[in-house]
Design a protein. Structure first.
Length: 523
């Protein structure tokens, strides 16, 4: 049987709604007033960026969960810093693996003399790891990072001329606050192809109250690169749309929910405090005229006498009241049973917006078993790895390339044909904090099985689980085993997949010697 249709005067079918997609309907009651503008990435963000950033900072300053979320990200993505693992493309350079290992060991040692000292910072106040953590905190609130690589060859006591100056992205703005244009976007000058060619940085922070009053505001225009291509400005942010030239804070989508939750929690706390107090009204059956008659026609005498009538509350005490008074308790009723459930629901919504499991956001694992906790943390680590890769690409790697250029030019690192093969020499990996263990036995067994089955390596497992370098681990183990042998301490015993004990290959000969001596003695 055919389905009846409604047709117009021309015989064409009339839709049940005004659009093919309900999401595009302009007549539906639910969507009638929902008409956001269709604008470019910069038009959507630039005029509102300062407001979003200031509110993001306010949340991390004053809301415990927001502050904890920021610290959780920093601990898992950066930790104490990112470790360099140099990986030159030895095949492209016409070298072998042994050369690459030796070259990497020397380069990493030289890098540590730069990155692990205060000389890394132009202000001599932070190491590379500390500034990396600071830059990540800035990215969390501002949605972008900024720093200036400086060349300071005459600093007393400094081994390296390269130094990094951290800059607050708030200082990046149009000179004299001129409006944005086709070539100027909130301080960033762009080419017709969209490349950033210069940055206009205000010499003092726009919100610095300690700046001398009456002094004119000054900007400095810094080209993105020198004439010979050396990077002069590090400016990184997650590019979510084509044509985007400034960053968006991570908390922007859920800031409204965060703030309303903060208001709700404060109100409930205040109500709980008020409800915990003893409140009562003193009622008297006397009218104003009767009170005046009792005190000779003067109501003020009655009020004065009442104010001097004090009663102390004690356990088991009988309270004497003023003649004719009645005590009426005031007990406000509030339904707080749904408070915890509502807060948890809101926090789960916020956690989803932050790409972080609720358990990790709220540090609440009371309702979690091993499987669900591992699934939640694995999901979180996907985002952590993405953020770490972004931070490595836009922060750590540019600084490493700048430093390596100086190391090669001064002869501390040998790299023939460096500028012709810069990408091959600068190839590297950055190791962050390890994922850690929920159940160490299960996860170590799983790592061992991955290595033995050939789907993983010791390098990958050391980096992922502990954030360590596999070569350093093996070298340290070799030193420990040698020292234990020297002191006559029994060596640790490993077990194979069948549960049988394994003996270190270096001990096999001594074990065979003991067995032969034992056999000879028996004979």
């Amino acid at each position: 049987m055919a389905v009846p249709q409604i047709v117009d005067q021309h015989g064409r079918s009339i839709r049940a709604q005004d659009t093919a997609y309900f999401a595009a309907s302009r007549s539906a009651r639910e969507l009638y007033s929902w008409n956001p503008a269709l604008a470019s990435a910069d038009d959507d963000l630039l005029d509102e960026q300062s407001t979003i950033v200031s509110r993001s900072r306010d949340l991390t300053r004053n809301h415990g969960v927001a502050s904890g979320a920021q610290q959780t990200y920093a601990d898992n993505i950066v930790g104490t810093g990112l470790r360099l693992s140099s990986k030159p493309d030895y095949r492209l350079l016409g070298k072998d693996k042994d050369w690459a290992s030796e070259w990497s060991a020397n380069t990493e040692a030289q890098w540590r003399t730069f990155a692990d000292t205060m000389e890394f910072d132009a202000a001599r106040s932070m190491t590379f790891g500390q500034m990396t953590a600071q830059q990540f905190m800035t990215w969390f609130n501002n949605g972008e990072i900024m720093a200036l690589p400086l060349w300071l060859p005459r600093r007393p006591g400094a081994k390296w001329a390269t130094a990094i100056q951290s800059v607050d992205p708030d200082r990046l703005s149009n000179p004299n606050w001129v409006p944005n244009s086709a070539t100027m976007r909130n301080g960033v000058e762009i080419s017709p192809l969209g490349e950033a060619i210069a940055y206009n940085i205000q010499k003092t922070h726009p919100g610095n109250s300690m700046t001398s009053l009456g002094q004119p505001l000054e900007w400095e225009r810094i080209p993105a690169r020198t004439n010979f291509g050396r990077l002069r400005v590090i400016h990184g942010f997650r590019r979510e749309r084509p044509g985007q030239n400034r960053g968006r804070p991570l908390m922007a989508p859920i800031m409204g929910s965060f703030k309303m939750l903060d208001h709700y929690q404060r109100t409930e706390l205040q109500s709980a405090v008020v409800s915990s107090m003893i409140a009562a009204f003193i009622e008297t059956p006397l009218s104003g005229e009767q009170v005046a008659d009792l005190f000779g026609g003067n109501v003020q005498d009655y009020l004065t006498d009442r104010s001097e009538h004090t009663v102390q509350l004690k356990g088991g005490a009988v309270l004497p009241l003023y003649p004719g008074d009645k005590l009426s308790p005031f007990t406000p009723q509030r339904n707080s049973d749904a408070f915890a459930t509502f807060v948890e629901s809101m926090l789960r919504h916020i956690a989803a917006g932050l790409n972080m499991p609720y358990e990790l956001l709220y540090k609440d694992f009371s309702k979690t078993n091993y499987s669900s906790a591992r699934a939640a943390l694995l999901e979180a680590w996907r985002f952590f790895y993405t953020c770490r890769h972004w931070l490595s690409t836009y922060w750590a790697q540019p600084i490493y390339e700048l430093w390596l250029e100086e190391a090669v030019s001064t002869g501390r690192v040998e790299a023939p044909g460096f500028y012709e093969n810069k990408a091959a020499y600068c190839r590297s990996k950055w190791i962050g904090p390890g994922r850690g263990f929920i159940d160490p036995v299960k996860e170590i067994d799983a790592a061992k099985m991955r290595i033995e089955s050939g789907i993983s390596t010791l390098e990958a497992e050391c980096a992922e689980l502990q954030g360590s370098d596999w070569e350093e681990v093996l070298e340290q183990r070799a030193r420990e085993i040698a020292k234990m042998k020297e002191l006559g301490i029994p060596l640790p015993m490993a077990f194979d997949s069948t549960g049988q004990p394994q003996i270190y290959p270096s001990d096999q000969e001594s074990q065979n010697s003991k067995d032969s001596n034992s056999t000879g003695a028996q004979q």
